[in-house]
Design a protein around this ligand. Structure first.
Ligand code: ATP
Length: 361
């Protein structure tokens, strides 16, 4: 186990700044997730920690040692990619043992460690098979096992579940979490999947366009996003944004006004007569029988029944460009085109500066 620290890391590819001013420290044994849309620089950061790429400026420390000039093989990190390449001519056992043998670990120890890892990943009954005799999920578990067996100081995972089908992905995700709880190796995990980020991470680093947007626990990121990008990226269905003008304690939408809760008024008093984006998560919007004070009329567009709950995509009846995600009980199933009255619980709302996207405090 070892902590990992990045200090003002930048990586430029000629004119392209892939990442800029990246600083964070992953404490010993924690599981951190780098998340963000395609091209935001996640893989570049991971590759630099692995020693497969090198920063244009800044320093990387593993266990307090500056590793900038150290090649990958001297960093004691293990990396698993989306396209895990198992050795096709070797059995599962040989694949699991490979990294250990390369490091000249003695045979009895190799055998013991392979057995332990195989058991943890439910691969014990597959040890004699070759990779092509395994399902995709089993192959992926072997790739993870091979990395874990080495007991590296740091574990680096780049979208390791994205080749798996939905069910396997869920199962392997739980497996990964269990495994981390057991072995506690410092882990950096890259994904664009917000569910993986929320469920796995001790802390999430949200990236956009090569820059850190926010670092926090899943709860912090979900409940107090630093800006509109973070707010809408994490959470499924996504947070709703209502464009409104704020004036004298009221939010004015096209043909309706709703009172702004006192908590937000302080933040908004310097924004008189200006537009703000009101961020409100779907779970804080209630469907009501009729329009009344504090409600808005929406028109249903698409209905997705999920059994326990129903997801509804709707738009403000007076302003069709303003779409909204609603989550209701599973027994509600309105027809497309139907009008509903909704009551957003603005006590739970967040206000964003329309221009910069920053959360107004
Ligand atoms: P994805 O989720 O699509 O894998 P990512 O967040 O991992 O994306 P990176 O692969 O880190 O993103 O790339 C970050 C930026 O750097 C992108 O704009 C990419 O085009 C650019 N980039 C990455 N590698 C190179 C390279 N070798 N040469 C030039 N540009 C590169």
């Amino acid at each position: 186990m070892a902590k990992v620290r990045l200090h003002q890391i930048a990586r430029r590819f000629s004119a392209v700044a892939a990442v800029e001013n990246i600083s964070f420290e992953v404490p010993d044994g924690e599981f951190w997730v780098l998340v963000g849309p395609s091209g935001c620089g996640k893989s570049t950061i991971l590759r630099m920690v692995a020693g497969l790429d090198f920063p244009t400026s800044g320093e990387i420390y593993i266990a307090d040692q500056n590793v900038n000039d150290r090649p990958a093989r001297d960093r004691d990190v293990a990396m698993v990619f989306q396209n895990y390449a198992l050795y096709p001519h070797m059995t599962v056992a040989e694949n699991l043992a490979f990294g250990l043998k390369m490091r000249r670990v003695e045979a009895a120890k190799v055998q013991q460690r392979v057995a332990t890892v195989a058991e943890a990943l439910e691969l014990s009954h597959l040890l004699a098979r070759k990779p092509k005799q395994l399902s995709g999920g089993q192959q992926q578990r072997v790739a993870l096992g091979r990395a874990i067996a080495r007991q590296p100081q740091v574990f680096l995972l780049d979208e390791p579940l994205s080749n798996l089908d939905a069910q396997l992905r869920d199962d392997t995700r739980v497996e990964l979490k269990r495994l981390h709880q057991q072995v506690g190796i410092t882990t950096l995990y890259v994904t664009h999947d917000q569910t993986e980020a929320m469920t796995l991470a001790d802390r999430i680093v949200v990236l956009s366009q090569g820059r850190i947007q926010q670092i926090g626990t899943p709860q912090q990121i979900y409940q107090t996003p630093a800006n509109r990008m973070v707010a809408t990226f994490l959470g499924n269905p996504a947070m709703n944004l209502l464009h409104a003008t704020y004036q004298n304690g009221m939010f004015h939408l096209k043909d309706r006004s709703i009172p702004c809760p006192p908590r937000l008024q302080t933040a908004l008093n310097s924004t008189q007569n200006q537009t703000v984006d009101i961020g409100i998560r779907p779970e804080f919007i209630q469907v009501e029988p009729d329009l009344s004070e504090g409600t808005l009329s929406v028109t249903v567009e698409v209905v997705e029944p999920l059994g326990r709950e129903t997801l509804i995509r709707a738009f403000l009846t007076s302003e069709p460009s303003q779409t909204l995600n609603l989550v209701t009980q599973g027994n509600l199933s309105p027809a497309p085109g139907e009008r509903l009255a909704i009551r957003p619980d603005l006590e739970q709302a967040i206000a964003f500066d329309t221009r910069t996207g920053d959360r107004l405090l």
